[in-house]
Design a protein around this ligand. Structure first.
Ligand code: ZN
Ligand code: ZN
Length: 294
């Protein structure tokens, strides 16, 4: 057995021990194992910080509905500056000059809304005590509070910018992994250690480190995953990307061959086992850990 192989077996067995240690109540056992092969799944995360803008209005009732609404300002045409290092949820607002005559959005410019007392019925109470609604006097409608019945409002515009973040994740090097393990690792919990991270305005490919060991097939798969994430990073329509962060995490995982030739996978942080019941032993049975040395 080479040094690497012995190291893998030791690491896999410590992970199995940790897994068992967390389950003493379950009477699970770790059988002796003769081989552990790393199966190397990686979680590839692409986080995107983006800016959203909108116009908010401080409203005041107008005396009438406008014949034509005043044109609404374009939030992206306003001189709002977000600091370069602005974090998620950072908000900047800029009050704009002027006052716009607009349709009332609450009543769709009709001037009235459904009566809140009778829910538009025009009457309240049941059976013999049913009587005309005192709030709307039987009309079922009441004046809109926002425009006081005129159908029109004045709005003082404020341009608002907010930094938001979205994230997508894919798994690479997963071909040897059982499906249940793969699904768990796709559950967007961060596993293992960061082996590569990179931040820039826009990430479209995997930055290469100079020198070092490189595996062409592995690089190609990672490139394809990053390209896919970059094509659709999850930014909603209207969002402007400001910067992105790529994070590649190595998930500890091994395919372990036990001495009885059974194969189990141990993977993740904290360690889990697949198939789930592979190492459950009958009540009271305790199999000690034994590494075959040949
Ligand atoms: Zn009413
Ligand atoms: Zn209204």
């Amino acid at each position: 057995m080479s040094q690497d192989e012995a190291g893998d077996l030791n690491d896999a067995l410590s992970a199995l021990e940790a897994w068992r240690g967390a389950r003493s109540w379950a009477r699970v056992a770790v059988a002796s194992a003769k081989e552990a092969v790393p199966v190397g799944p990686r979680q590839v995360y692409l986080s995107t910080f983006y800016e959203m803008r909108r116009i908010e209005y401080a409203l005041q009732a107008a005396s009438s509905r406008p014949d034509t609404e005043d044109p609404r300002p374009d939030p992206w045409a306003q001189p709002i500056e977000q600091p370069d290092e602005a974090k998620e949820h950072h908000r900047v607002s800029l009050p704009l000059s002027g006052r716009l005559h607009l349709d009332c959005g609450l009543c769709f410019a009709s001037g009235d809304v459904e009566c809140a007392t009778c829910q538009g019925e025009g009457s309240i109470g049941g059976g013999k005590s049913r009587r005309r609604c005192p709030s709307c006097r039987g009309a079922g409608r009441q004046d809109c509070e926002s425009c006081r019945g005129s159908g029109g409002v004045y709005g003082r515009p404020v341009a608002v910018s907010e930094i938001k973040r979205c994230e997508r994740m894919q798994i690479s090097e997963a071909s040897d992994l059982p499906v249940d393990a793969l699904l768990e690792l796709l559950d967007e919990e961060r596993e293992g250690d960061v082996v590569q991270s990179h931040e820039s305005e826009r990430i479209t490919e995997v930055p290469r480190r100079r020198g070092g060991y490189r595996d062409a097939a592995r690089d190609k798969e990672l490139d394809a995953i990053v390209a896919k994430l970059a094509r659709d990073p999850g930014v909603p329509e209207g969002g402007q990307i400001r910067r992105q962060r790529l994070e590649v995490r190595a998930v500890p995982a091994w395919r372990v061959t036990l001495n009885d030739e059974q194969t189990v996978f141990v993977y993740g942080t904290p360690p889990r086992v697949s198939p789930k019941r592979a190492l459950q032993s009958p009540l009271g049975k305790l199999v000690s850990l034994f590494i075959r040395s040949d």
